[in-house]
Design a protein around this ligand. Sequence first.
Ligand SMILES: *Cc1c(COP(=O)(O)O)cnc(C)c1O
Length: 339
Amino acid sequence: MNVVDLRSDTVTRPTPAMRAAMLDAEVGDDVYGEDPTVNALQRRLADELGFEDALFVPSGTQSNLLALMSHCERGDEYLVGMDAHTYKFEGGGAAVLGSIQPQPIVQDADGTLPLDRLAAAIKPVDPHFARSRLLALENTWHGRVLPQDYLRNAHDFARQRGLALHLDGARIYNAAVADGVSARAIAQHFDSVSVCLSKGLGAPVGSVLVGSAPLIERARRWRKVTGGGWRQAGMLAAACLHALDHHVARLADDHRRAAWLADRLHDIPGVNLLGQHTNMVFVDVPVERLQALDAHLRDAGIRISIGYLPTLRLVTHLDIDDSGIERVAEAFRAFFARG
Ligand SMILES: *Cc1c(COP(=O)(O)O)cnc(C)c1O
């Protein structure tokens, strides 16, 4: 029985066609800038998203870190959502490694950082304060697509206040597909964007940072400093190119399946559906039943992550088909039918 793994869209395995593309990849030493497949991936994403240059890195965490360190200097600060990945889930890297102070901002429920709250947090130019330098947004955020008019307003605000604007676009293609716009239409509001190819797009490894040529030059230096300079990375870049060619439009299938799963769970007494956004479904279940639910689902070949909260995040992806959703809905129904 193949496992239906709802923990994250990072669990996907390369398809046979992707593995074939990896085997065939032309490679060279990327620290010398000589890997043709890495160069092709960087060119492709820079062009597609409307930027001068791009840098291929192992992870989204490193991509965001390099962006923050390239925009900001020691003693600068970046404004960022209280629940943003860059602030909360990246080990505090900007502060630890960049001497960059985060200024967390309480987000609204849709993931936006209200402009008046941002304005109130920007520091005066004075030796007492860190220098407010950058605003970092995330799209999608917990599956939510930030509204286009918010992005436009945030862009205008950042320009007026002299802030650079970075997007943690780990799932920018989910946002683009859900909104029926190009990824470039989202990226145009930003000075840099980090994209993960290893999530719903299905590559085994890899993120790309796009930005201006000088920004990417600084990021390339920080990538080397943080130990991220890699050599024949073209085999991984080939997987990413394959993902961009074949796995973008199909994200709509993941969104459809998440909506379908939400619909099925909605009717089950004991399951409180909190919402569904792009490829994520959020439900509350009674906290005292979490362990038993987890055990029941494991027996049915289904993986979920249970934290300390009663809220479950169920994520659809490339390796979950309609029959998988059916199995998950049925396993939840059977568990809660036991009372
Ligand atoms: C996964 C993720 C990252 C980091 O990616 P890794 O490759 O796991 O380091 C950054 N931002 C968001 C929003 C993510 O979901």
